[in-house]
Design a protein around this ligand. Sequence first.
Ligand code: NAD
Ligand code: WQD
Length: 337
Amino acid sequence: MRVLVTGGAGYIGSHTLLELMAQGHEVCVVDNYCNASPEVLVRIRSLSNGTLVDHIGDVRDSVKLDDIMDGFQPEAVIHFAGLKAVGESQERPLHYYDINVSGTLCLLRAMDRIGCRKIVFSSSATVYGVPKYLPYDEAHPTNPTSVYGRSKLMVEQILTDWTAAQDDTTAVLLRYFNPVGAHASGQIGEDPSDIPNNLMPYIAQVAIGKRDALTVFGDDYDTADGTGLRDYIHVVDLARAHVAALGYADKATGARAFNVGTGQSYSVLDMVAAFERTSGKTIPTKVAARRDGDIAAMQADATRAKHELKWVTEHNLDDMTSSTWVWQSGNPNGYKS
Ligand code: NAD
Ligand code: WQD
């Protein structure tokens, strides 16, 4: 299939490009590089002989998108491009709605113009908000607690309306849990441009000596060891869920949401212990107050994805931490290494 990948130079996008090309899909990337390095595509090309074209462009630039669509004629789009920092989204709501929501509207108009009928969208488990029960299934009420989460839910609603109005369209809404890990080559991984907000890249930077210690945000939650529980998923498993979603979109119409997680959860201290075990490094920790907006536990019920996407995870916790360490130790300064 010819697949246009917005935000394909980012963390999840880059891993997905490799999986798509491994399955023989032709890919075209559009990315404005606001949170990515051009080095990513250099490395992807060295790891794959697949067909990959790329364009520097913003998804809000309709003229550019029309040009790209005319040239490539995608049969499907995977839409990763967007902003993802929860704290920043509270400070810059209009910017987040502009890129995440208006950006998607521009993309859909450009797709409509050439008759491209299928989209796979990067949604997030954050659309559920405070759990009424766990594990979350896709029928769990949605009530996001941040601007970022609301922008994702708005896009899900827009895509649902888009498919309702045209009966040959498909929107696969992938609700990711906590993606971590890196490609087995050690060449592709997560490269935060600033102090990491997320647990795994922070632990990796402590291990490499860039940060002194991990601050554990709260050890007084109602969990076995008092720290927060999350459903961490290996980024390569997540990337493969996109390939499975394309297969699903080829046969189905309408909008459908899928949880993309493992169905298991680990605490902050479990993650530290696994990282220490697989890297041989010691991760000093200090406990601080809970982080604003954090919840005690999150976990996916991924049954729907298993049955309808025919997708299951293949990587375990040690694969997640060991691949992160191989990437971080081989690339201490990320793509600038
Ligand atoms: P990322 O920042 O690494 O990737 C996003 C990519 O989009 C970057 O390459 C960035 O340069 C590009 N981009 C941003 N705005 C753009 C624009 N206006 N036009 C063109 N390109 C633009 O993030 P990621 O972790 O790979 O996340 C990919 C998607 O998955 C995002 O939509 C994110 O909200 C969603 N998501 C991520 C997580 C996570 O924890 N990483 C969890 C759930 C959902
Ligand atoms: C995981 C656990 C923290 C950092 C966020 C977004 C979510 C999704 C994924 C995009 C929590 C603890 C963390 C640290 C810590 N992104 N922690 N010290 O908050 O579950 O989800 O990323 O859609 O929308 O909210 O992930 O990695 O930040 O935190 O103790 O320095 O690690 O409190 O329990 P989170 P995270």
